[in-house]
Design a protein around this ligand. Structure first.
Ligand code: G3I
Length: 398
């Protein structure tokens, strides 16, 4: 189908977005939510559901606000599910749509969890982010021994055609390629020396994006990466390489619609969030692309315990909230920034609080202390970060 015909054939992305928001708003208006679980049997916690929810304040400014979803919690925890329904007008699978969970064997696909997420989102009028079609992590166990330079393109194309094709028209945005830049690997143009790069060279990116566009012309095709938020030297170098990639993609006519800024922040580096991020977002916006905050959380490991655990906890909650408010407020000054998702709902289930040595590496200073990195407590009550995030949505003027 010729470009012009395709443009006419599919609803414009603005229309698609408005439709998604309208469905969400209509669903909210039409649905009489059951009494929030956190209010049943306890004194209702005022001021954070319904018109006071994150999604209500976001939608008032045409924004998408949501979280990454853990399918096990969705299936087993009613309060978790209720919080997603009350607070999110967009969701993304934390893991269910990655190669590892989706590809039990070289010739088969497993869609159960992904289908449940899509069904849940559609039932509740939520938009959906797809994460992700091409990444160096969480590849299936058979990958290394099976995928070679001669068959890698076939595997990548078939995966994207099958997965993006299955959810065609249902996905607001796909993270088509995730984390392809890592300057410290020493490769030309700062590419990460990961499996796909080793197998196909940098052309894996064009293969992925062109295949995704053909598989789902409605989805906003996104390049997603992290450690591009602050003015720390390593972020400045990486951010420049990401921008160079995005500019190259646009200049050579590759289909790309958005850049995902993962936004895994920390109280230890928040002070370095400054002019460089504004310049980056402005440059991406000038290319005609959207910018999504895709995986927001704030690591508080850098902060001590204060004079007592309680005092230390309150100080950490406030410091985390300050980062949420300042960062999202800064990002939302840019019209191109339209979606904000946190990487999880409540602190305890965050990847930052993963148990064992695997998790402790994210908390080197306080491996035995739980981070207060997300907008909700494990009782699904709002943290100070919730109110800071909501205020940031209200600050949206563009
Ligand atoms: O599901 C298996 C389970 O069957 C098995 O028993 C268990 C023990 O090995 O592992 C389980 O899979 C784990 C999966 O999370 C689900 O819990 C993987 O080992 C573990 O590596 C995986 O971690 C995820 C990580 O990405 C790697 O995929 C985290 O939950 C997830 O929060 C994290 O998210 C990434 C984004 O996708 C990309 N940006 C960075 C972000 C944080 O690392």
């Amino acid at each position: 189908m010729h470009m012009a015909e395709r443009e006419q054939a599919r609803p414009s992305r603005r229309t698609f977005a408005k439709q998604a928001l309208a469905v969400g708003a209509a669903t909210v208006a039409a649905r009489t939510l059951p009494t929030p679980l956190h209010a049943q049997g306890t004194t209702a916690v005022p001021g954070f559901v319904g018109k006071d929810s994150l999604k209500a304040h976001a939608a008032a400014h045409g924004l998408f606000a949501g979280a990454a979803v853990n399918l096990h919690l969705l299936d087993t925890n009613p309060a978790y599910k209720q919080t997603l329904i009350e607070q999110c007008n967009i969701v993304v699978a934390e893991n269910a749509m990655k190669w590892g969970p989706m590809r039990p064997t070289p010739d088969t696909f497993q869609f159960d969890e992904a289908d449940r997420l899509v069904a849940f989102a559609e039932q509740h009028g939520m938009a959906i982010r797809g994460h992700n079609l091409c990444w160096h992590e969480q590849l299936p166990g058979w990958f290394e021994a099976t995928v070679t330079k001669s068959n890698a393109e076939e595997f990548l194309v078939k995966h994207i055609q099958t997965v993006a094709g299955r959810y065609r028209g249902k996905i607001r945005a796909w993270d088509v390629v995730n984390e392809a830049i890592k300057p410290e690997d020493g490769q030309p143009d700062g590419f990460r020396n990961g499996p796909w790069y080793k197998l196909l060279g940098p052309r894996f990116i064009e293969i992925a994006f062109r295949t995704a566009r053909a598989a789902d012309p409605h989805a906003l095709l996104t390049y997603n990466d992290y450690d591009i938020e602050t003015d720390r030297p390593q972020d400045v170098v990486k951010r420049a390489a990401v921008l160079q990639l995005i500019e190259h993609m646009k200049q050579t006519g590759m289909p790309i619609d958005a850049v995902g800024v993962q936004s895994h922040l920390s109280t230890g580096s928040a002070a370095q969030i400054g002019a460089g991020l504004d310049t980056f977002v402005s440059r991406v916006q000038a290319l005609g692309l959207k910018v999504f905050v895709t995986e927001l959380d704030v690591n508080d490991d850098s902060l001590g315990d204060g004079t007592s655990p309680d005092e230390g906890l309150r100080a950490r909650q406030q410091a985390v909230a300050e980062v949420y408010g300042r960062y999202v407020g800064s990002m939302l000054k840019h019209p191109a920034v339209t979606d904000v998702l946190t990487w999880g709902v409540a602190n305890g289930a965050s990847w930052l609080n993963a148990p064992g040595k695997g998790g402790a590496k994210f908390r080197p200073l306080h491996p035995d202390r739980k981070e207060v990195c997300l907008p909700f407590t494990d009782a699904y009550a709002p943290e100070p970060a919730f109110f800071a995030l909501r205020t940031a949505y209200d600050s949206r003027t563009s």
